[in-house]
Design a protein around this ligand. Structure first.
Ligand code: UDP
Length: 239
């Protein structure tokens, strides 16, 4: 059973359990997709029914950061631990490399996915990079066809939220891949274009603050975080 945080149902798993589950999905017939909502995306889902359906329709819904963990605890239904998308992706690639599985990288500005592909192939010997495509395309059809032709087992879909969740829900089955993961800005990090917050900051639940200092233009988006906490408090009172 999923744990509800303001209308989004989260799977209550440790990182190890989440990665195991990802592997199982990779070996099951049909297309599956993983989403990793943070408080900002939960807030988007409260206002956007299509986004909410795409997020809740995922086969695996993982809490990306400390905000969702705090929210769930405040509501009296704690989640085991945060399972950030980028760490989930790294662990999944390790396991995929061991099995010689293939991965397609979709998203980010032109050139970034190729750069990420080079680095990831070097970091994970055995992992096959089936192909790459930037995230600024007009029509889905040719991109879906390119993924299908590549024969990829999995796809990292990094188009930002909620675009990537809607994209996976709509196009997942036609890609022929068995697992699609919506991972926001992860390709920028894998490519080395954007730095992830040092461990100190994430250990103290302050990754968001680090990102804000690096990219002040995110302030508008980040105002959703206090709003999320207000909504959690309202929900708690209702309960
Ligand atoms: N992006 C994309 N296509 C778009 C819009 C965004 O490929 O139409 C990419 C963007 O270049 C970036 C990622 O999606 O690499 C979103 O990054 P952001 O930091 O906003 O995501 P977060 O990790 O915060 O969810």
């Amino acid at each position: 059973m999923r744990i509800d945080v303001l209308g989004v149902g989260f799977d209550n798993l440790t990182m190890d359990e989440a990665v195991d589950r990802g592997l199982v999905l990779l070996h099951e017939e049909g297309a599956h997709y993983v989403v990793t909502p943070n408080p900002e995306i939960v807030e988007v889902c409260r206002e956007n029914a299509a986004a909410k359906a795409a997020v809740n329709g995922a086969d695996l819904v993982l809490p990306d950061g400390v905000g969702v963990i705090k929210g769930a605890a405040m509501l009296g239904t704690p989640l085991k631990e945060k399972t950030p998308g980028i760490e989930f992706a790294a662990r999944l690639m390790e396991r995929m490399a061991g099995e010689g599985l293939s991965l397609y990288l979709l998203g980010a500005k032109p050139g970034v996915a190729e750069q990420a592909a080079e680095k990831l192939a070097a970091q994970h010997p055995g992992l096959v990079i089936a192909g790459t495509h930037d995230g600024y395309f007009k029509e889905d059809g040719p991109v879906v066809e390119a993924i299908r032709q590549s024969g990829a087992d999995a796809v990292f879909v990094c188009l930002g939220a909620p675009k990537q969740e809607l994209w996976m829900a709509k196009n997942g089955p036609a890609t022929g891949a068995r697992l699609l993961c919506g991972l926001g800005g992860s390709l920028d990090v894998f490519a080395g274009v954007v730095e992830r917050a040092p461990k100190f900051w994430s250990d103290h639940g302050l990754e968001w603050f680090y990102r804000l200092c690096k990219e002040p233009r995110r302030i508008g988006r980040m105002m959703k975080l206090p709003l999320f906490l207000v909504h959690v408090k309202q929900e708690k009172r209702k309960k």
